[in-house]
Design a protein around this ligand. Structure first.
Ligand code: G4P
Length: 526
């Protein structure tokens, strides 16, 4: 039996960050395929936020009507246990998408090489930066006409402010995509579309190998010239800089053709960090500590009115979780018997009975768990670094039936505490304001208000552009600020003061005018 330290050392927990359509779903499927978890690509159906055809989750889903299937995928690769956490995009984009990134130890950034760095990637990478999360980069779709590779690296460096260390380099693109040159190994991996994990890969040693001139006379000359430039213009791979989050190893390939997938898996296993120590209010918690601890980074509520339960996603931070064990819900000071805990396996093998640091477990509950809650075997450990993010979308909320005001307030209070949406109460005025980072959050709130609290709410757009939580060491100055700008200020569910800006310009002018006030784009849990 592996020791606790060995269990921790062989775990890798990561998420894929990308803009919609860059190939996240395709690559996820290929990662599972190359790890031997699924037998053929195509098992993961439903292109957008796909679901697994066969898995342990299906029963849970049927029972609970909660789509947890694609939220967490655990699989084995080269004697490592890999946890891949989904970051919902498209219409499912929500604050949870950001918060998932607080629960991973590394991230895989997928870029559509025809398009370059896109908006959602920028946002997600900024969240990774809060914790200096190491990033592996995959430039996808080289089977198509894509942009100049050096230009792409340049864009990543300037827009995302992270140094690039190409590990492979593409030879040609589109119809003349021939493969990649592995810079560290000095070998050329020949592109054969659709090869599976067991197929033999053709490898040619050395970029100067005359065999390459025979095979691809045109492309290889160009690659040799490019490599001269690459060596001058980019950075060598340095593991420590990757682990600090300041340098990203870059791989090139074509997910749909299975090309480059193995290199990505190997990079994650060889270079990405195992679970590390996590900060809690009292002290830092080491993953190899004997006692179990965990925190909640996401809550998935049931949209089916017949099932009011929800699943809290816990990231294990230390110790060993075993089915049936008891642990303490620290905020409520209450024991929880973990009998019905859900673990996430991408293969159809028997249920896992234990989990270690880096693993994710799902805890069904009826609303007594909130984002940011911590669990331990008794010690008062409140994990930090699971923030709320400044909303980017706002709605005022009214009700059709004024007699339901109490229910509305209660519902929004609870949904706000749970992290489904952010609720702001203006200092002046009575309309509550809801803030979210994805429109889906408003839909979820509307449906839950109706189903769980019997309130029909009407949401209306507002002129608010963004929110910033404010603080100031000098209480007199803060009071001045409150008195002067009361019309733009509100308190959230945790009673924290926030400035609601009407535009980017409005925000920066206010910041200039009030230099003693600190404006925060994230807020830690209370
Ligand atoms: P997402 O999860 O990031 O949104 O992306 P997804 O994997 O769904 O991929 C988006 C589109 O890009 C899909 O095409 C997919 O087939 C395609 N794609 C992914 N990887 C590659 C690649 O390496 N090369 C090329 N040429 N295309 C790739 P679609 O037309 O939107 O869907 P479909 O009809 O192919 O399923």
């Amino acid at each position: 039996m592996p020791t606790l330290a060995q269990q921790v050392a062989r775990r890798r927990t990561f998420a894929i960050i990308s803009h919609p359509d860059a190939g996240k779903t395709t690559l996820t499927e290929k990662l599972l395929y190359f790890s031997g978890t699924i037998q053929a690509a195509g098992t993961v159906k439903g292109k957008k936020g796909g679901k697994f055809a066969t898995s342990d989750w299906m029963d849970i889903e049927k029972q609970r009507g909660i789509s947890v299937a694609s939220s967490v995928m655990q699989f084995d690769y080269r004697d490592h246990v890999v946890n891949l956490l989904d970051t919902p995009g498209h219409q499912d984009f929500s604050e949870d998408t950001y918060r998932v990134l607080t629960a991973v130890d590394s991230a895989l950034m997928v870029i559509d090489a025809a398009k370059g760095v896109e908006e959602q990637t920028i946002k997600l990478l900024n969240v990774c930066r809060l914790r200096n999360t190491p990033i592996v980069t995959f430039m996808n779709k080289y089977d198509r006409e894509v942009r100049d590779s050096l230009e792409l690296l340049d864009e990543v460096e300037s827009v995302l402010q992270i140094r690039c260390a190409p590990v492979t380099w593409p030879i040609g693109m589109g119809k003349t995509f021939r493969g990649v040159y592995h810079i560290l190994k000095d070998e050329v991996i020949i592109f054969t579309p659709g090869q599976g994990p067991l197929d033999e890969v053709e490898i040619i040693q050395g970029l100067d190998n005359p065999r390459l001139d025979e095979l691809f006379p045109l492309e290889i000359e160009n690659t040799r010239m490019e490599m001269e430039l690459v060596r001058g213009a980019s950075h060598p791979f340095v593991l420590d800089e990757f682990l600090e989050g300041t340098l990203t190893p870059v791989f090139f390939g074509s997910a749909i053709n299975n090309f480059g997938v193995r290199e990505i898996l190997n990079a994650l296993v060889d270079w990405a960090p195992p679970p590390g120590a996590r900060d809690a209010t009292a002290r830092s918690v080491d993953p190899t500590e004997e006692k179990f601890s965990a925190f909640v980074f996401k809550i998935q509520a049931n949209m089916d009115p017949k099932h009011r339960d929800r699943i809290a996603f816990l990231r294990v931070c230390s110790g060993e979780f075993s089915r049936g064990m008891k642990f303490k819900h620290l905020r409520l000071g209450r024991d929880i018997a973990a009998n019905s805990v859900v673990t996430f396996m991408a293969q159809g093998r028997e249920q896992v009975e234990e989990a270690y640091a880096g693993d994710i477990i799902g805890l069904p509950n009826h609303g007594n768990i909130q984002i940011g809650d911590s669990f331990s075997e008794g010690e008062a450990l409140s994990f930090t670094g699971i923030p709320y993010f400044a909303p980017e979308l706002f709605r005022t909320v009214r009700i059709k039936n004024p007699l339901k005001l109490k229910q509305l307030q209660k519902g929004l209070q609870q949904l706000g505490e749970e992290g489904a949406v952010q609720v702001f109460k203006p200092l002046n005025g009575s309309d509550l304001i809801l803030g979210a980072v994805g429109v889906l959050q408003f839909e979820v709130v509307a449906s839950r208000l109706l189903n769980e609290y019997g309130v029909e709410a009407i949401f209306e757009s507002t002129s608010i552009y963004t929110a910033r939580w404010v603080s100031c060491e000098n209480t007199r100055k803060l009071t001045d600020f409150e008195n002067s700008l009361g019309n733009n200020l509100a308190r959230d569910a945790a009673d924290s003061l926030a400035y609601l800006a009407t535009s980017r310009v409005n925000l920066s002018l206010t910041q200039e005018r009030w230099p003693d006030i600190v404006f925060h784009a994230t807020r830690e849990h209370a």
